[in-house]
Ligand binder design. Structure first.
Ligand code: ADE
Length: 313
């Protein structure tokens, strides 16, 4: 898949592309990326990309013309023209109650473990280009959003700056407006890097162990993958919408703290149970909101109640 990033700070991304999983994915051609300097699409001496807001108020707004030109230089037509050839995507009010996108297509009907319906026909309908505006006003970016994006051929990330972007760019070109969290950054560049990282590591072949992205926090439930080739229960269980359990490695003792004995004894059933309990404990302590939508067994629920969980209902 390809990412295109439109920004006034193209140099911002060089360090990001040069490290870790993203670097490897780029090197191996599993993803590719282009960075467009918004100022290259201006026509005045000062390469002006912003202007004062109509109606007055603080700050400056990114002008629509350079952004439209940057998008059109990538062959991206206005949304109306694209939707004639692609299936329509993401009706404006189709997110769930916490703002998670229902999917990037219409016609979704299944429900994912993190509350986001998963498209039943995640094939040709989902492929193509998706234009995303990064802004604090967007829908919250979640693991479900990242998963929905991996089926796209091209994801264009527009980095907002200043007070914002002329809304007509959003109206005319953007398929999705995404926020990475309830705080205001000084620009969309960090958010674009977050989105690219989260999506890239889900692209098949990018992570060494294909299963590992499914088992971490917010991963899919373990009902679909519960044993290895030898039929031995996996030492890690799928997250099922919970936070991940704590991890330990050598040395077995560090500054007077031992690694949990259960992890050292090789009993996979006990390890699995311990890890599940740790997931429940951590989720209850740090993100109790996730429990309302997590896949929980009766045993999980009993354990949570013992730990002091009080359901909303
Ligand atoms: N630009 C500024 N703040 C942002 C946020 N929280 N998410 C995405 N883009 C942003």
């Amino acid at each position: 898949m390809r990412f295109e990033i439109i920004t006034i700070f193209p140099e911002f991304f060089s360090g990001f592309f040069d490290h870790g999983v993203v670097r490897r994915a780029l090197k191996e051609g599993l993803v590719s990326v282009g960075v467009r300097d918004l100022r290259d699409f201006t026509h005045d001496r000062h390469r002006t990309v912003d202007d004062r807001p109509f109606g007055g108020g603080e700050g400056m707004v990114l002008k629509p013309e350079p952004l439209a030109e940057a998008l059109e230089s990538l062959g991206i037509a206005a949304k109306a023209a694209r939707e004639a050839s692609l299936s329509p995507i993401l009706a404006p009010e189709s997110g769930d109650k916490d703002g998670t996108p229902s999917s990037l297509t219409e016609g979704a009907s299944n429900s994912g473990t993190d509350g986001a319906p998963i498209s039943v026909d995640a094939d040709a309908r989902q492929t193509g280009t998706r234009v995303i505006l990064l802004s604090p006003q967007g829908r919250r970016f979640t693991q479900a959003t990242a998963r929905a994006l991996i089926s796209q051929e091209q994801v264009v990330l527009i980095c907002g700056r200043y007070e914002g972007v002329d809304e007509r760019i959003n109206t005319l070109y953007c398929d999705l407006e995404i926020s990475i969290g309830d705080y205001v950054l000084s620009g969309g560049e960090l958010a674009a890097a977050v989105v690219m990282d989260a999506v890239t590591r889900l692209v098949p072949g990018v992570l060494g162990n294909e299963a590992s992205s499914e088992f971490e926090s917010f991963g899919i439930a373990d009902s679909s993958i519960s044993a290895d080739e030898a039929g031995i229960p996996r030492s890690q269980h799928g997250s099922g919408g919970l936070l991940d359990y704590p991890h330990f490695t050598r040395p077995a003792e560090f500054k007077g703290l031992g690694a949990p004995q259960v992890l050292l004894n090789g009993d996979h059933r006990q390890i699995r149970r311990w890890r599940r309990e740790q997931q429940l404990r951590k989720t209850l302590a740090n993100r109790p909101d996730l429990l309302e939508r997590a896949e929980l067994s009766d045993e999980d629920r009993r354990m949570l109640v013992d730990l002091g969980w009080r359901t909303a209902s």
